[in-house]
Design a protein around this ligand. Structure first.
Ligand SMILES: Nc1ncnc2c1ncn2[C@@H]1O[C@H](COP(=O)(O)OP(=O)(O)OP(=O)(O)O)[C@@H](O)[C@H]1O
Length: 361
C-alpha cells in the first residue's frame, strides 16, 4: 500500500485553457496516507471521475504530479501503477466459478496455488461468500456479483490503492447498508489505502475516515464525517451534508454584530478579519429550537422523520428548518426560533469566517 500525493494538479479537457471554468480540476494538492479510508464526495460533474482517472493513469493531467510513496507516476500507464479498481457494474467472468474469479488477479501475477488459496479463502470469509466458491458466477444475484467484484479488488496484498467508483449503484437499496458496513469492516481488516468515490453522503460518511468534498473542480473541505457536520468550511458542504442541510441565511453586520431580519443573531465566536462580500449565517436544523421568544417565523411544513420532527419555517423571505423532538406545531402556526450560539457560524462569500469561542487566545 502507498501514500498518494497529488501535487498542484490541474486538468482541462480543452487544448488551450484560459480561464478557471476551462478546468475540470482547478488546483488539487492532497496527501492520502498509507492505509487510510477516504471518500471523494461531490455532485455530478464536480470532477470525481477526472481525478480518479488521473490517479489510475487513464488520463494524464494537464499540469501537476501524482506520487506514490514519493515516486512520480504521472506518466506511467495504468498497468504499471499497481492499482485495483471496483467499478459501478460488476467486472467478473460469468463462465468461471466464484473461486476462480477471486483467484484471477493473483494467478495473473504468477502467485503459487498455496498463496492463491490462502488469500481467496481469507477474502471469501470476510465477504461471507465461502458457500458460493464452487458456483459459476453467471448464476449469482447482482449484489453477490458486485461482492465478488469487490473481492477481486481486495484479494491482492501488494496493490498501492484500491479505488471504488460508485460501487453500490447496482445494489438493491435494502442491501446497500449491509455492503456499506461490510466494506468498512473490510478496510479495518485488510488495512489497504482505499478511495471511495460517490455522490451519496451516506455512503461517504459511513465508509471514510476522511471525506474529500469537491465542487466545480475544487476541493472545498477535507475532514472527518464529524468535522464536516459540525464545522462546514463552506456553505456548499453545509448544504450538501446533512438532511435537511444547513440553514443559510443572508445577514448584515453592524459594529461586529450579525443581524437577520433586523434581529441580532449571536455568533459562535469572533469574526476573522474584516469581512467584505456576501454575508450569510449558517446554522444546522439540529441546533434550531422553537421557543417563546426569538426570531418570529411561520410554520410552512411539518414532517415526521421517525424519532424527530422537521419543522420548516419561513422568516423574512428565507426558509429555516428545525429538527425537534416530539410533535411539531401545526402548519401556519406563528412561532419563535432560537439558534444555539455555539453552532451559529458566519460565512463570507461562502467560506467560514467565525472561530469557535475556545479557539481564542
Ligand atoms: N471527455 C471529456 N471531455 C470534455 N469534458 C469532459 C470530459 N469528461 C468530463 N468532462 C467535464 O469535466 C467536468 C468534470 O466531469 P467528471 O466526469 O470528472 O465529474 P464527476 O464528478 O465524476 O461526475 P459524474 O458523477 O457525473 O461522473 C464536467 O464539467 C464534465 O462535463
Amino acid at each position: 500500500m502507498a501514500k498518494i500525493t497529488l501535487s498542484k494538479l490541474r486538468h482541462s479537457y480543452y487544448p488551450n485553457p484560459k480561464q478557471p471554468s476551462d478546468y475540470a480540476l482547478k488546483e488539487i494538492d492532497l496527501d492520502w496516507t498509507d492505509g487510510g479510508a477516504y471518500a471523494l464526495l461531490g455532485p455530478s460533474g464536480c470532477g470525481k471521475s477526472t481525478l480518479l482517472n488521473i490517479i489510475s493513469g487513464l488520463l494524464v493531467p494537464s499540469e501537476g504530479q501524482i506520487l506514490f510513496d514519493g515516486k512520480d507516476v504521472t506518466s506511467l500507464p495504468p498497468d504499471q501503477r499497481n492499482i485495483a479498481q471496483v467499478f459501478q457494474f460488476p467486472v467478473i467472468y460469468d463462465t468461471m466459478t466464484v473461486y476462480d474469479n477471486l483467484a484471477f488477479p493473483l494467478r495473473n501475477r504468477g502467485r503459487d496455488e498455496d498463496t492463491v488459496k490462502q488469500r481467496v479463502m481469507a477474502i471469501a470469509e470476510m465477504l461471507e461468500v465461502v458457500d458460493m466458491l464452487d458456483q459459476k458466477a453467471a448464476g449469482l444475484s447482482p449484489d453477490n456479483k458486485q461482492k465478488i467484484s469487490m473481492g477481486r479488488g481486495l484479494v491482492r496484498e501488494d496493490v498501492n490503492v484500491v479505488m471504488f467508483d460508485e460501487p453500490l449503484t447496482v445494489i438493491d437499496p435494502h442491501l446497500k447498508w449491509k455492503l456499506r458496513s461490510k466494506l468498512k469492516e473490510l478496510h479495518q481488516r485488510v488495512k489497504a489505502t482505499m478511495i471511495y468515490v460517490t455522490h451519496d453522503q451516506t455512503e461517504a460518511l459511513t465508509f471514510a475516515e476522511q471525506v474529500v468534498v469537491m465542487q466545480d473542480g475544487e476541493i472545498v473541505q477535507i475532514g472527518t464525517p464529524v468535522e464536516l457536520f459540525e464545522r462546514p468550511a463552506h456553505t456548499f458542504v453545509g448544504h450538501f451534508i446533512g438532511s435537511p442541510g444547513m440553514n443559510i441565511l443572508p445577514c448584515t453586520l453592524t459594529d461586529g454584530a450579525a443581524y437577520f431580519a433586523d434581529q441580532p443573531i449571536a455568533l459562535e465566536g469572533p469574526i476573522q478579519g474584516t469581512p467584505t462580500g456576501q454575508l450569510e449565517i449558517g446554522i444546522r436544523p439540529e441546533f434550531v429550537s422553537l421557543a417563546d421568544t426569538g426570531l418570529p417565523a411561520t410554520v410552512i411544513k411539518v414532517s415526521d422523520i421517525g424519532r424527530h420532527t422537521v419543522v420548516e419555517c419561513e422568516a423574512n423571505g428565507s426558509r429555516i428548518s428545525a429538527i425537534i423532538d416530539g410533535q411539531g406545531p401545526a402548519k401556519g402556526a406563528a412561532v419563535h426560533l432560537n439558534f444555539q450560539q455555539s453552532q451559529t457560524r458566519l460565512y463570507v462569500d461562502g467560506w467560514i469566517a467565525t472561530q469557535p469561542q475556545e479557539a481564542q487566545s
